[in-house]
Design a protein around this ligand. Sequence first.
Ligand code: GDP
Ligand code: IMO
Ligand code: MG
Length: 429
Amino acid sequence: MPLDIVLGSQWGDEGKGRIVDLLAAGAHIVARYSGGDNAGHTVTIGDDIFRLHLVPSGIIHPDVTCVIGNGVVVNPAVLLREMDSLAAKGVDVSPDHLKLSKQAHLITPAHVALDGAQERRRGQEAIGTTLRGIGPAYRDKAARKGLRAQLFAEPETLADAVHEHVAECNELLDLYGEPLLDAAAIAAEFAGYARRLAPYLVESTPFLNKALEEGQTVLAEGAQGTLLDLDHGTYPFVTSSYPTAGGALIGLGIGPGAVRRVVGAAKAFTTRVGGGPFPCELSGELAGRLRGTGEHPWDEFGTTTGRPRRVGWLDLTILRHARRVNGLTEMVLTKLDILSGLPELAVCVGYELDGQRIDYFPSDVATLSRVRPLYETLPGWEEDVTNARRPADLPENARRYVEFVARNVGVPIRLVSVGPAREQIVEGW
Ligand code: GDP
Ligand code: IMO
Ligand code: MG
């Protein structure tokens, strides 16, 4: 009855979507456990590029059931748009193949408006959120006044709940000097979503646990990354949920005894979107080289917002933090191909704080912005690695890079990706 978890080890966008698509081939169920449509997970199959925000990345596999778990916050307008665009590409998004937890909380236009208003009020201190209403939706959940997907099965209660919710958000929007929202219009909109989404509702905790009891494999799909975790990330420059392994258990209602693998997706360098400290951040020509210009779909521009991502060298202090917080059993290193052609590669092997070497990732951003990264330089490689499929196909320096990372993080690297396509995976380490 195994539960395997795939999560982000850095600041998100590590390539979780493509790893989940790959591992889904051996799973019965893929379940998203946290976040909302702030996530953008890319799955590339042949010429088709699927950019998924809410629908789990196992959806392309016809035999895998996909579940949007209780820990997810769901904007129903975005979910329906995504389902329609998948259906247009011939993907089965019927209730047999896709299910929505009754306990998942809903994101409304009022949450989106509040996210924008609060970011504007923060001015220079803005978090750089995706403006998808994520923070306000989780705040309502924690304040015990959120709207759960269950309401889609109770149209009258839904209408009352939406009216009450919009009236309360309008008080805040008024305080912020923002335009007010029309509760009746939103209630009517949500009544339409309820008609379409009610057949997808599932009592997800028994559904998932029963599958595990029957010996099925459940793959938990993380969103965001360890450093965006509300508790274990670079607070307050984080998201409002728990992308870490503990979040998978709470976000799906599964106990720790079921866990078999905890797979940390890690990019071969580091990226971050939005504000907050980033010790190994690069600027200038080298940053441009790692980011790309936007001409390739995999260049470092946000899948959800299109914003250029900040980039830096690989930081092993971050990966060791991810190993500890998540209990990683293995890592997958992605985008190794992007490093081809760089003569030398710096890897941050530790931090110095006030002249002392420290062996942990500081929990507060003031301290973190004072650390000095300590680098080791590894030789690069010239060769194109995109056709490598076995470790022996890689240039020696590329193999050494991977082995250096695994050794210094203390977690085996089982897979290395060398391009966005399903088959661009180096296996057999
Ligand atoms: P996620 O949020 O963790 O699922 O990652 P994103 O989809 O936001 O960003 C990863 C980007 O890198 C996507 O465009 C992927 O198609 C692409 N990608 C994933 N693995 C590789 C790889 O090994 N090489 C290259 N060049 N692109 C990759
Ligand atoms: P995936 O799943 C990268 C970042 C935002 C911002 C912070 C808070 O594709 O890896 P939010 O809208 O969540 O309140 O924004 O978190 N962020 C992500 N960065 N990848 C993501 O998801 C992200 N989801 C949120 O940029 O800094
Ligand atoms: Mg992403």
